[in-house]
Design a protein around this ligand. Sequence first.
Ligand code: MN
Length: 129
Amino acid sequence: MNVLVIEDNDQNLYLVRFLLESRQHRMEEARNGPDGIARAIERPPDVVLLDIQLPLMDGYEVARRLRALRTMDAIPIVAVTSYAMSGDRQKALEAGCDAYVEKPIDPDTFADQVEAVVAAGRKADGSRA
Ligand code: MN
């Protein structure tokens, strides 16, 4: 599948790319929110992996703007963040994310987690399938 990763940390991008490409997924990366939104408009992905702490625009705002795009109605967004507090998780879900993966990424389970979210799908009305 085509995965759009919006993340500003080089090491995380490297690791995520390795893990996704090992599963034959294709990954496109954006290093800030506006660039990520532009790429999602240009070519809607099958899933978005979204860092929350980003330059220019935080991940919550990115999620809200992606959710405002009709072409993104059915596309799952996974928040990937070191914020471990349940309140931040809730905030990510309220902003339009479907799921939450904590950093540091666990290389043994990360691709499985992402694939499971995509398999679960997302209804066009914005609620989880
Ligand atoms: Mn970051």
